[in-house]
Design a protein around this ligand. Structure first.
Ligand SMILES: Cc1ncc(COP(=O)(O)O)c(C=O)c1O
Length: 417
């Protein structure tokens, strides 16, 4: 069982902070995302505490959870944002993040997205290819601006994680090949509308072993030294995100302090501001997905199923990454049995748990799918004609609806008929 300060049982009842989850489901219906504001704040503070010994700037990677209220919670703490598209940039600005605290990533930025970010004045654009640098230079020239850019390098470090979330390997599309960098530095001098302010990397997500960060940072620092010998004065070294969280109590994440212990002494002598882009670390364990059991069924080979009212349209991670999420009964039972927890979508990949020991809850009762703060609500879809779920945030006893449930009308609103 994944117990935390924010989602815990009192007696047989699961709560978020000081509110019973049962009460939230009654008020807002299910499926429902429930986020603890205090958990967000505590994660941010623990991250900041771990890296306090290093001049740094933390940019929350909003792709993990871009609900405006989540963004605003971090913005109010002084955090910046890492965005990956014009849409995320718009969201970050709407969420109250100052443009000069926003960094813009993405392997395929369109001209209009580049122009948008230059007009609002983001801190930097992270370029991932020579062609993109040329595009940024051209667009900045057209706008009469100087673009601050960072070069995202591909350090060719294969971090051990799910293959879909490793990004620092030469087989992948991300970043500029380290071998190409000397040439890129030379060509940069001819791009008069660019100012090189940073070097950047992001080697993947949910990385348990700090040594992968160490190996990539060694390469980043070598390129930083090269940039100095070539006459550039880079102000920022961006280490990316990827710090791990615990989804499965049997596989606890490496504490953030273990990463800081390795990285702070390596980076301190560079004398620059280090940028971090944590996403998952800040939000994953701050939310649960509440879902109601529609039907219990079993078949002739003895398999048992809970069919619930949420599915892969609300949480695609188990289907996409074979990821583990704890599933807990909102009202505890003394008896348990082994079952699959499955959704209503017409796909066999539509499950939250397989052959898992679950409390013997009845039809109509609630289950909480845990650790649903990152890459969960943001990946929800309308497949099978589903309505994206509502989202609430809880702070102590205070409850706020931060995203309304979609309506049938919204399902067809953009179609011309
Ligand atoms: C460029 C970049 N930065 C940061 C992140 C955040 O990663 P994580 O959520 O693992 O911290 C990602 C995630 O894919 C990313 O692509």
């Amino acid at each position: 069982m994944l117990d935390s300060n924010y989602f815990y049982y009192t007696g047989a009842t699961l709560n978020c902070d000081e509110v019973r989850l049962e009460e939230l489901a009654g008020t807002f219906g299910t499926p429902l995302y429930v986020t603890s504001t205090r958990s967000l704040v505590d994660s941010y503070n623990s991250f900041e505490h771990a890296f306090a010994g290093l001049p740094h700037f933390t940019c929350y990677s909003v792709k993990a959870n871009y609900n405006l209220s989540v963004i605003r919670t971090f913005a109010e703490l002084g955090c910046g944002c890492d965005v990956n598209s014009g849409g995320e940039l718009f969201r970050a600005l709407q969420g109250g993040v100052a443009p000069e605290k926003i960094i813009f990533a993405g392997v395929g930025k369109k001209s209009e997205e580049i122009a948008y970010s230059l007009k609002v004045g983001v801190l930097m654009l992270k370029a991932e290819s020579l062609s993109e640098l040329r595009a940024i230079d051209r667009i900045a020239g057209e706008l009469g601006k100087t673009a601050s850019v960072a070069l995202r390098i591909n350090p060719n470090v294969t971090a051990e994680t799910h293959p879909y979330i490793t990004t620092g390997d030469s087989k992948e599309k991300f970043g500029i090949d380290e071998a190409e960098l000397p040439e890129v530095f030379t060509l940069l001098r001819q791009m008069s509308n660019l100012r090189l302010v940073g070097l950047d990397m992001h080697i993947g997500s949910q990385i348990f072993d700090p040594e992968y960060f160490v190996a990539a940072t060694v390469k980043l620092l070598a390129l930083f030294n090269l940039s100095k010998t070539m006459g550039f004065s880079v102000e920022f070294l961006d280490i990316g995100g990827g710090f791990p969280v615990t989804y499965d109590p049997l596989k606890p994440a490496t504490p953030i302090e273990r990463f800081a212990e390795k990285l702070v002494p390596m980076l301190l002598p560079a004398g620059v501001t280090v940028i971090f882009e944590p996403g998952r670390y800040l939000v994953a364990n701050a939310s649960v997905l509440l879902t109601r059991i529609l039907y219990k069924k079993h078949n002739h080979v003895g398999k048992k199923f809970f069919v619930v009212d949420a599915g892969m349209t609300e949480l695609i991670r188990p289907a996409l990454y074979q990821s583990h999420h704890e599933v807990q009964a909102v009202t505890r039972h003394d008896e348990t049995f082994v079952a699959d927890v499955v959704g209503p979508i017409c796909e066999s990949s539509d499950f939250f748990a397989r052959q898992r020991e679950i409390d013997a809850a009845e039809e109509g009762e609630l289950l909480a799918v845990m650790s649903c703060g990152a890459y969960a609500a943001v990946m929800s879809s309308n497949y099978n004609g589903r309505l994206r779920p509502a989202e609430v945030m809880v702070n102590g006893r205070d409850v706020k609806l931060v995203r309304k449930r979609e309506t049938l009308e919204q399902l067809v609103q953009n179609e011309l008929f």
